[in-house]
Write a protein that binds this ligand. Structure first.
Ligand SMILES: Cc1ncc(C[n+]2csc(CCOP(=O)(O)OP(=O)(O)O)c2C)c(N)n1
Length: 329
């Protein structure tokens, strides 16, 4: 996109914010991966594995930046970027990964099984699809109270096969609920490719069956995701019901840090490497002169510093004791 075209649609502050959160997510998750692979397994810092969104960060970041204060996020396990956009801190994320007593789950759970209702982020539910029904419940409360907020409900291509998601989308459309469904189609559900998951080309085609708009966007282009979600959020807020937005992308890592993803053909990974969402957006910003190389470097330096600071604080936090685990929350 040219400078003029970029500036016409977005203000520079928003573009910088998009870039910051994409780099923040990539850097955070690289760090989590590094710790998982290098830590002493007898006294690990990270309990369990890391679940990363490498290669698809633009979806969560772009979608969540299209929300307003007071809107809600029902996240998938690849939405740590969007959670940070909504205000979850690096320290909270490391506390959770390190299972400390001051983590969002008080050390009772780990990795991406977290949320923060004070920031309008539902806690991710591990059973695929269930979080969407929880999001539907929040949307029902918003509607009942005649509030003007919207629920962004996020899931993957694998989860899209779950009955609860079909039921939720149908119900939301019938009752014109204030929801936006965003499916990140990253081509694999653990090792199951979309070819073995569905007999149609696009998940968004299903929207017609629920009677809601369905669109396909390039999930590696943060601006495209943002624009589509913004439009859908505005429609939902105006009382026109939900939409389904399918964001095409590729999971450029294993399902978790334990998974070398040997089932993905090398050629496929090579092709998607050329479409990396962070590199693409960085080039756009440099070419359009929204940012200079110096800005890119200082953002990276700032993020690296923020990550180290958060790790240090989380590392010093106490682990739960027996009595902590019995305490009601
Ligand atoms: C109901 C249910 N079935 C199976 C699983 C095991 N499981 C965890 S993640 C996952 C894959 C989900 O794939 P997708 O929805 O495409 O999300 P992605 O991991 O690709 O982001 C599966 C099968 C689960 N958590 N819940």
């Amino acid at each position: 996109m040219s400078y003029d075209a970029l500036q016409e649609v977005y203000d520079a502050q928003l573009l910088k914010k998009m870039y910051y959160y994409i780099v923040l997510t990539r850097s955070l998750e690289n760090k989590i991966s590094y710790i998982c692979h290098s830590q002493n397994s007898k006294s690990p810092m990270i309990i369990g594995k890391g679940y990363l969104s490498t290669g698809q960060e633009a979806i969560s970041v772009g979608a969540c930046l299209a929300l307003e204060d007071g809107d809600w996020l029902a996240p998938s396990h690849r939405d740590i970027g969007g959670m940070m956009v909504r205000g979850l801190t690096l320290e909270q994320i490391f506390l959770q990964y390190f299972c400390r007593v001051t983590s969002p789950t008080a050390g009772r759970d780990g990795n991406v099984h977290l949320g923060d209702t004070s920031k309008h982020i539902l806690s991710f539910i591990s059973h695929m699809g269930s979080i969407i029904a929880a999001g539907l419940g929040v949307a029902a409360a918003i509607q009942y109270r005649e509030e003007k907020n919207v629920v962004l409900a996020c899931f993957g291509d694998g989860a899209s096969s779950q009955g609860v998601i079909h039921e939720s989308m149908n119900y939301a459309s019938v009752f014109k609920m204030p929801m936006v469904f965003v499916v990140n189609n990253n081509r694999y559900a653990i090792s199951t490719s979309t070819k073995n998951q569905m007999a149609i080309e696009n998940i968004a085609e299903r929207a017609a069956g629920y009677g809601m708009p369905g669109v396909v966007v390039d999930g590696n282009h943060v601006t495209e995701v943002y624009q589509a979600v913004k439009k859908a959020v505005e429609a939902a807020r105006a009382g026109n019901g939900p939409s389904l937005i399918e964001c095409k992308t590729m999971r450029m890592c294993g399902h978790g840090t334990h998974d070398p993803a040997n089932y993905v053909p090398k050629q496929e990974l090579e092709e998607w490497k050329q479409k990396d969402p962070m590199t693409w957006f960085q080039n756009e910003l440099l070419q359009s002169q929204v940012m200079k190389s110096d800005d890119i470097k200082s953002i990276q330096d700032q993020i690296d510093h923020e990550i180290e600071e958060a790790i240090e604080k989380a590392r010093l936090a106490p682990v739960p004791q027996g009595e902590d685990l019995l305490r009601e929350r």
